[in-house]
Design a protein around this ligand. Structure first.
Ligand code: 8YV
Length: 323
């Protein structure tokens, strides 16, 4: 009898999300919600896998892809796929899928929430109350910065960037953006203005990074860029940690070159509790939860399972990455 195609899932996911797969395939998963699958287990499982359902924390490099003699599809539970070696996947005719669209609004919500939290010192103020520090009122108690009518600069005007710009219109912000290509719809409908990267960082009160991590975007926020920003600028990163030189960001925050930062992503994740950035009051740090609403995570899992099933049954996946 022909064996059923085998799917390996690199993290424990709710069984309900995978029901569709259990019907027709042999499925197993790494039974931890919090710990990444060890490299040796990943390599061993990949040897017999027809499909992998992966997370951002799995390095799907040449060694893994070459181990998968019958591997046909890698479905990544993320819109980003910088953890996957696309070149090798393409050479080996392995389809790579991601989860765009379903997470657009949720991630834009989070990016705006980070901006607001950093601007109005929400986390610092909440801790102040909980720690019993609130003894009296004073005129400038935990005074932050306004958001409405300020200038937001969006670096990376993809779908999430546009959804963020839409939110910014509600706050009557001036919207600047920088992207590899112009976005006529965002310009016409949202009044977003296309500017160079330098003009954006110089003019914006809020600089929000949403660009994918590529060889071109690695380290674009460095000492030189923080120097060009306003001293009152607030920097938000909801894309990938390595687009930022964290040492330079730390120095800019300490020296007052910029005023605050809201960070959902870091060069190394999870970030160490003793990381210098975490000692600063003007940093709001989150554990990479951009797309993490229950509704959206379920939709992302559904999309991954749809894509895997499609490839394994000879149909078109919904969201293949262009290789
Ligand atoms: C993921 C993300 O949920 O989609 C992305 O690229 O960064 C997040 O939405 C997270 O990376 C988990 O894999």
């Amino acid at each position: 009898m022909k064996r059923k195609p085998y799917i390996f899932i690199t993290r424990k996911l709710p069984a309900g999300a995978l029901e569709q797969l259990y019907h027709s395939f042999e499925v197993s998963m790494w039974e931890s919600e919090t710990e990444s699958v060890p490299r040796d287990v990943l390599l061993k499982e990949t040897q017999k896998a027809d499909a992998l359902l992966t997370m951002l924390s799995d390095k799907i490099d040449r060694e893994v892809l070459e181990a998968g003699a019958s591997l046909k599809v890698v479905a990544n539970l993320a819109v980003g796929y910088d953890n996957i070696d696309l070149k090798t996947a393409s050479e080996r005719d392995i389809v790579v899928c991601n989860t765009p669209d379903v997470l657009t609004d949720t991630t834009a919500d989070l990016a705006f929430a980070l901006l607001m939290a950093a601007a109005r010192r929400i986390v610092e103020a909440a801790e102040y109350v909980k720690e019993g520090e609130w003894k009296s009122w004073s005129p400038l108690l935990l005074a932050g910065h306004d958001i409405h009518h300020k200038t937001i600069g969006i670096v990376g005007m993809g779908k999430i960037g546009e959804a963020l710009a839409k939110r910014a219109t509600g706050f009557e912000m001036e919207i600047l953006y920088h992207n590899r290509t112009r976005k006529p719809e965002a310009e016409e409908k949202l009044g977003a203005q296309y500017v160079s990267f330098d003009e954006l960082i110089q003019r914006s009160d809020y600089i929000v990074c949403l660009t994918p991590l590529t060889a071109q975007t690695k380290g674009i926020f460095n000492g030189g860029s923080f120097k060009k920003m306003k001293n009152s600028a607030i920097f938000v990163n909801a894309s990938r940690g390595p687009v930022v030189d964290e040492q330079a960001l730390y120095e800019a925050l300490v020296s007052g070159e910029i005023s605050a930062a809201g960070l959902d992503v870091f060069e190394t994740e999870p970030i160490n509790a003793d990381h210098p950035l975490l000692t600063l009051k003007n940093v709001v740090a989150l554990p990479h939860i951009g797309s993490s609403s229950t509704e959206t995570r379920m939709e992302m899992m559904d999309l991954c399972t749809y894509n895997i099933e499609a490839v394994l049954t000879g149909k078109q996946p919904k969201t293949p990455v262009e290789l």
